[in-house]
Design a protein around this ligand. Structure first.
Ligand code: GDP
Ligand code: MG
Length: 196
């Protein structure tokens, strides 16, 4: 594990969390701590800076001491909107995205994304769990901001389709596939307490 000084970690916490009853997922507590704190702890040693993408509870997220950025387009249009906002605000060459509801991030997350992008000479690297892509875990070069904004302006919202337009690398996380344990519902929250 090393610190990548050309990468901003972008924590995606901008969804409506409908399956969590609308409670902001990043702030939901897991074993007494807000879920986002697990992600910050795992991500901060790996990157130069962190941005939190949130559309609600901005002041609660600001407590962590990082800039909080909202989607540039209104009405919760999906994670690509958060990624576009992250690319617009970042001061680094790349963003590495992580959802706010995946507290089991490994310490070599950014290393593996960067290595796979470098090996494939790609501007995007998307996590692969051994059987399918995990599209909200990705490394994206900031030169793609304009392309992404055009895609969104055209009314497109599908993340996989945007990746497919590019020569993306698949970052193989099959040996740490538990990291994709995703807490979308109150039931998920209960079972995650046992995993931690
Ligand atoms: N910025 C932003 N992020 C979103 C939006 N909708 C979902 N997300 C984020 O995208 C990630 C995945 O969303 P989630 O509802 O957990 O989807 P799933 O677990 O893949 O079914 C989470 O980190 C959400 O916070 C949105 O409208 N805007
Ligand atoms: Mg989720």
């Amino acid at each position: 594990m090393k610190t990548h000084n050309n990468i901003t970690g972008l924590i995606l916490a901008g969804g409506l969390a409908r399956r969590m009853g609308g409670t902001d997922k990043g702030l939901v507590t897991l074993e007494g701590r807000p879920m986002i704190s697990y992600i910050i702890n795992a991500l901060s040693p790996q990157v130069d800076s962190i941005l939190i993408n949130a559309n609600r509870n901005i002041s609660a997220y600001k407590e962590y001491g990082y800039d909080v950025i909202s989607d540039d387009i209104d009405d919760f249009q999906g994670p690509l909107a958060g990624m576009a906002s992250g690319l617009r605000h970042c001061q680094t060459e790349y963003i590495a995205t992580v959802p706010c509801d995946g507290p089991l991030l490994p310490e070599n997350y950014v290393d593996i994304l960067m290595q796979s992008a470098a090996d494939a000479n790609s501007q995007i690297s998307v996590a692969f769990n051994g059987s399918r892509l995990q599209p909200v875990y990705a490394l994206i070069h900031r030169d793609l901001l304009e392309d992404l904004n055009e895609y969104l302006t055209a009314g497109e919202r599908k993340i996989d389709r945007w990746y497919d337009k590019h020569q993306f690398a698949k970052a193989n996380f099959s040996s740490t596939a538990d990291m994709f344990t995703n807490i979308n519902t109150p039931e998920d929250l209960k079972s995650a307490s046992q995993l931690l």
